[in-house]
Design a protein around this ligand. Structure first.
Ligand SMILES: [Zn+2]
Ligand SMILES: [Zn+2]
Length: 206
């Protein structure tokens, strides 16, 4: 049996990432949950928090040898003990909350998620026309190129279910120097009589 996890669609303002006592009863396959999280469309719920005590460099003297000797904040040790709250994630996921813990309106409203596009601003930014942020813009353009390539390859894979394709894609993405693991459809050979092939298929009667 495939593993399934609870998918929350509720929103609890006081503790959005740790819903309790709701009526959510929808279960999705764990692989689907992983995909949603990977695409930023869902978050893992936080089951609890634990506190860890960690040693950090003193914020007052910054472990500077001279300052440290008279630092009252760390009592001349150069380090301080800090309590850190660490989230312990549960198995369930939630689709109504974004990564920052804020309400994610596009999923609650069941709108089509926005597709990534490249606008003039991104292009200008990528070549450094606006100073900062060229790396993010380049990343965005590369990501867009990958999406386009993926879609083109998907159309070339002869009648196949999405899951098999996604698996093959992930495999190929990990090492693109190898050939794509699935058989791709190829163009029909040129045939003037049947109007086929790159040379003779005009897509309309001539
Ligand atoms: Zn819920
Ligand atoms: Zn100090």
């Amino acid at each position: 049996m495939t593993k399934t996890v609870l998918q929350h669609t509720c929103f609890q303002a006081e503790h959005p990432l740790s819903p309790v006592g709701c009526n959510c009863r929808k279960y999705v396959p764990a692989t689907e949950a992983d995909r949603l999280i990977g695409e930023g469309l869902a978050q893992l719920i936080i089951a609890s928090y634990k506190t860890l005590t960690v040693e950090e460099s003193c914020p007052t003297c910054g472990e500077d040898e001279k300052l440290r000797r008279s630092c009252t904040h760390c009592r001349t040790t150069g380090t301080v003990q800090v309590n850190k709250k660490i989230a312990v994630y549960g198995d369930a996921i939630i689709v109504t909350v974004g990564q920052t813990g804020k309400r994610q309106s596009n999923t609650t409203a069941k709108k089509t998620p926005r597709s990534p596009t490249i606008e003039a601003g991104h292009m200008m930014r990528s070549i450094g026309a606006y100073g900062k942020g060229s790396e993010t813009a380049i990343e965005r353009i590369n990501e867009y190129e990958i999406l386009t390539l993926k879609e083109r390859i998907r159309l070339l894979v002869a009648a196949l279910d999405l899951k098999t394709f996604e698996a093959a894609w992930t495999l190929w993405e990990s090492d693109t120097s190898k050939e794509f693991p699935l058989v791709l459809r190829s163009e029909p050979v040129d045939d003037a009589r049947k109007g086929e092939g790159r040379r003779f298929d005009y897509g309309r009667p001539v």
